[in-house]
Design a protein around this ligand. Structure first.
Ligand code: MD3
Ligand code: FE
Length: 199
């Protein structure tokens, strides 16, 4: 446990799920249907992380705000499907952290090139934050920053490597968090998948 409610499972993707190769192939087919894009924040900044989604709901941001949408705004079509393998992996990871029957309806896929980062934020666009979030890391390693319940609280640092799982729930669910600028390394990019119950 990194903190109460925050469980890190290094290598968890191979142990609990379909493996990283399968996931990279799935990301390639998914992003061929719903391309990665750099969303705008409500403040008008372009995010350095490129994003896409799979599943019944997808997270989007633009000048109007943050929200979950059933349609990809680029195509006006539903997001690509969430495969059963990923749902089962998310369920098993959530179970390991003490959350039974987790049934996500959204998978946000983040892509970081070297230099990309995610500033400290809270995830509170989901209808019920009693549900956990399961995160999968692939490719380049990154330093994950876990703060507290206010923006000013001290930040704990944890490297996330390819194949790692992280479950965030309970007390940790509303903590500020982010990702330090990703450093270049043996892979071209970093992917982070988060499985969520949005609705
Ligand atoms: C801690 N993604 O997509 S995943 C995000 O590595 C996001 O791309 C980061 O933060 C990434 O919103 C971190 C780990 C994570 C996800 C959700 C959390 C940590 C969290 C929710 C609450 C606290
Ligand atoms: Fe987040």
């Amino acid at each position: 446990w990194l903190a109460p409610g925050a469980l890190h499972l290094p290598g968890g993707i191979e142990r609990l799920g379909p493996g990283t190769r399968w996931l990279l192939a799935w990301i390639a087919t998914t992003s061929a249907q719903a391309p990665f894009r750099h969303l705008q924040t409500p403040g008008g900044q372009r995010m350095s992380v490129a994003m896409t989604n799979a599943g019944p709901c997808g997270w989007v941001s633009d000048r109007r705000g943050y929200r979950y949408s059933p349609l990809d705004p680029l195509s006006q079509r539903p997001w690509p499907p969430l495969p059963r393998e990923l749902l089962i992996l998310a369920r098993h990871a959530a179970e390991a952290a003490g959350f039974a029957d987790f049934e996500p309806d959204a998978c946000l896929i983040n892509r970081y090139v070297p230099g990309a980062r995610m500033s400290l934020h809270q995830d509170r666009d989901e209808a019920d934050v009693a549900h956990p979030i399961v995160s999968l890391s692939l490719g380049l390693a990154a330093e994950f920053l876990l703060g507290g319940l206010t923006r000013g609280s001290t930040v704990q640092r944890q490297m996330l490597r390819s194949g790692d799982l992280l479950v965030l729930g309970g007390e940790a669910r509303l903590r500020f968090h982010g990702v330090a600028p990703v450093k270049a390394g043996p892979e071209a990019v970093r992917f982070n998948l988060t499985l969520r119950l949005a609705k």
